[in-house]
Ligand binder design. Structure first.
Ligand SMILES: Nc1nc2c(ncn2[C@@H]2O[C@H](COP(=O)(O)OP(=O)(O)OP(=O)(O)O)[C@@H](O)[C@H]2O)c(=O)[nH]1
Length: 727
């Protein structure tokens, strides 16, 4: 699997959902149209099952043919009473919710913050102020039946570029990094602080962090102000509204959109053939530590034919030999020795697979709170999320705990934090997968109690009920992944509910922001065999193709030229907003002194740098206004509170430098100007200063570059969107 930092995309799904489906009933949810229409898909043999990649859908009932799973033996499967002992404080959660008849009113014992965020979230309020965009894709709840997808097997192979990356080691491991002199730095910073948007120029210079592995927490990034190419000029910034795409590129973008629209329409009508192009979906898997994320996805990859029976057996054997038998499926994605040794995901693992509807880029995020920055990197790129919730007795309660509070109180469970962060990073659609229900006899009551307790909180942080799908599943036991559950106890109440693949196919495809100038935050940098510098990341705005001129911000003023592209691991002639791609760059003219005239040194590409259209480059900001929602903070936020800022793949230290106003979360109107402090649940306008600056955009222009999470002391204290760039 490939590991990388990430960033996000964001869809306006306001009118993209079937609001009927999310009504939760005591009875199992109604079967989805396509499932009823095409039941054969549910019984098909998943490609690769039993070690053979089927060339065509096999009608044999998958479960009947499946051998007993050795990994399942490694699981501890105690059967607990249905109403387990709950963690202190959490007892009220389920009991209170049950007593309330399952009413999903925010709060109660749910542990949800008291503020009523079933009203607009920060970005909803911003969105409301924007013009609605036409042409949003219709709801896509109806999932086609799951055929076997032999193409998946080939997709596990890393692309040549990515293989190259592995050989070359992690980004930033290159030769020594030049340090800028204090004088240069002060000069550049002086320029930055004197600039405003009304000025027609953009400074360069930032200090960010690569988002790779645990090291990202302490990794000292190269100082962008000292790029070998020299920071000797300023890009000219034109308003992005003046941008109109170059005619040739626009024609290609339109043609690609037409192909995608027709394949999307046909795959909605019938399962796409193995080789048919599919719309892509970036999916991040979130949840509290040990909720079962890696196991679920590892086993899913096996069911889809990406992990052969032979490899699965090897994982089981090796994991058992290491005394980690129950983590065998997690080893598919947790590749690092320390991850396997500790049974904890550290890095974001990325892989790709096809469902009947989508070409999925999967990002498996770590659940441990120490690695939340890595999780943010994963979630920042995603169009949709699976939130894994541990359904075992006490498991849900641990992940959903609020923390002990106090100045140095322990942060709460990551179910809570991940959900809030995911929403703040622009993820609007969620599948909540309740795992480990086998430990309580697949109790339907437990599943419902968890849903009743969690839903108010999810609404509180801004998810719409209609955008959440709920389902039970088990990775290690292979239950409800690509077909209906096999265990009679689960089957009794979930035979007609969606399985994981169907829940994924129920997501709406993302909207591509191709009408804006190019923006591609860089999450990977490496050098190809041919010497070309290759930058990896997700295109968040515009499009590019071989021959396109691009500039790097921060970076030299002279543009580079795109020599070649890979999208989704395949050589491509076009990458559009929404695509994950690798871009090989060369200097625009060799021999020119510095800048983009020659090739860049990969080690000099600053973490958090963004590839931009040369005529409409991004700018680096040191001061900006945010509209935030304050999360569970142990002490109120004050003017001067230090924060770590996370935006797309960038991370930077900063301060809250002004509390401008508290706002009515529903209307966005000012409630109080210049408040003295901000407390949990408040919505507010604040001014933030970043120590060295980072590449940001106003949320109204680029959502992906306009969202910021503020963290302090190992917890996320606020999330928000950029309303103004000030300096
Ligand atoms: N009984 C049971 N155990 C499970 C289930 N899913 C996962 N587990 C076990 O839970 C443990 C943690 O699983 P992982 O998949 O590593 O959890 P994770 O969420 O990826 O963990 P991090 O990435 O480190 O946060 C392993 O021992 C799994 O075997 C399940 O459905 N039932």
């Amino acid at each position: 699997m490939v590991r990388r930092g990430q960033m996000y995309d964001d869809d306006d799904l306001d009118d993209g959902y079937d609001d009927d489906y999310d009504e939760y009933d005591e009875a199992p949810p109604p079967p989805r149209q396509t499932k009823a229409a095409a039941p054969a898909g549910r019984g098909q043999q998943p490609a690769g099952r039993g070690g053979k990649a089927a060339a065509a859908p096999a009608p044999a009932p998958a479960r009947a043919a499946a051998k007993p799973d050795p990994a399942a033996k490694a699981l501890q499967k105690p059967t607990y009473p249905v109403a387990p002992h709950l963690a202190p404080g959490a007892g009220a959660v389920v009991a209170g919710a049950a007593a309330a008849g399952g009413a999903a009113a925010g709060g109660g014992g749910s542990g949800a913050s008291p503020f009523q965020f079933d009203t607009p979230s920060p970005d909803d309020a911003i969105k409301a102020a924007q013009e609605r965009r036409p042409g949003v894709a219709p709801p896509a709840h109806a999932a086609p039946a799951a055929p076997s997808i032999p193409q998946n097997r080939a997709m596990l192979k890393p692309s040549p570029l990515l293989q190259q990356q592995r050989q070359q080691g992690p980004p930033g491991s290159g030769p020594g990094l030049a340090a800028g002199t204090p004088g240069e730095e002060a000069e550049a910073m002086g320029r930055m602080s004197s600039l405003s948007l009304s000025e027609e120029s953009t400074p360069h210079g930032t200090r960010n962090h690569h988002l790779h592995g645990a090291g990202s927490a302490s990794y000292e990034a190269p100082n962008a102000l000292s790029l070998p190419g020299g920071l000797h000029g300023l890009h000219t910034r034109r308003p992005v509204t003046e941008y109109s795409m170059e005619p040739d590129l626009a024609r290609e973008v339109d043609a690609a959109a037409a192909v995608e629209a027709s394949s999307s329409a046909s795959s909605a009508a019938a399962p796409a053939s193995a080789s048919a192009p599919r719309p892509s979906l970036h999916l991040v898997v979130l949840g509290h530590v040990d909720a079962g994320k890696s196991s679920l996805m590892g086993r899913l990859l096996h069911e889809l034919g990406l992990v052969s029976a032979k490899d699965a057996h090897r994982f089981q054997r090796d994991a058992a030999a290491a005394g980690k038998g129950s983590f065998a499926w997690a080893w598919v994605l947790d590749e690092r020795p320390e991850e396997r040794e500790r049974g904890v995901t550290v890095d974001v693992a990325m892989t790709r697979f096809n469902t009947p509807r989508f070409a999925v880029t999967l990002l498996d995020a770590p659940g441990h709170r120490d690695f939340v920055p890595n999780m943010i990197a994963g979630a920042a790129q995603a169009d949709a999320a699976i939130l894994l919730v541990d359904g075992s007795p006490g498991g849900f309660e641990a992940g959903f705990s609020e923390g002990s509070g106090g100045l140095h109180g322990t942060p709460g469970g990551q179910t809570r934090e991940h959900a809030a962060l995911a929403r703040s990073l622009g993820i609007e659609q969620l599948a909540v997968v309740v795992s480990k229900l086998d430990t309580c006899g697949y109790s339907k009551e437990r599943f419902e109690d968890i849903r009743t307790a969690l839903l108010p909180y999810l609404k509180t942080v801004g998810f719409r009920e209609s955008a959440i799908t709920w389902l039970p599943a088990s990775g290690p036991l292979g239950e409800n992944l690509v077909g209906p559950p096999q265990d009679p106890a689960l089957r009794a109440w979930w035979a007609a509910g969606p399985c994981v693949v169907e829940a994924i196919d129920g997501f709406a495809p993302r909207e591509r922001a191709t009408s804006r100038p190019l923006r591609m935050p860089i999450s990977d940098v490496f050098k190809s065999k041919t010497g070309a510098v290759v930058l990896g990341g997700k295109v968040e705005g515009g499009a590019l193709r071989p021959g396109s001129k691009v500039v790097l911000v921060p970076g030299p003023v002279t543009p580079f030229v795109v020599r070649s592209l890979e999208v989704g691991g395949q050589a491509a002639q076009l990458a559009r907003a929404g695509d994950s791609c690798e871009v090989a760059l060369v200097g625009s003219h060799h021999g020119a002194g510095g800048g983009g005239g020659g090739a860049i040194d990969p080690s000099s590409v600053a973490p958090g740098a963004v590839l931009c259209h040369p005529d409409f480059p991004a700018c680096i900001v040191t001061r900006f206004e945010l509209r935030i929602v304050v999360l569970d903070v142990p002490v109120p936020l004050l003017k001067g509170t230090p924060v770590t800022l996370h935006a797309h793949v960038a991370r930077e230290e900063g301060h809250i430098t002004a509390l401008t106003a508290t706002l009515d979360p529903r209307t966005g109107e000012v409630v109080k100007a210049r408040p003295r402090c901000l407390t949990k649940g408040q919505s507010a306008l604040v001014e933030v200063t970043a120590a060295r600056g980072l590449v940001l955009e106003e949320y109204s222009q680029y959502r992906a570059l306009g969202r910021v999470a503020l963290r302090d002391g190992g917890r996320t204290v606020a999330v928000g969107v950029v309303t103004q760039l000030l300096a």
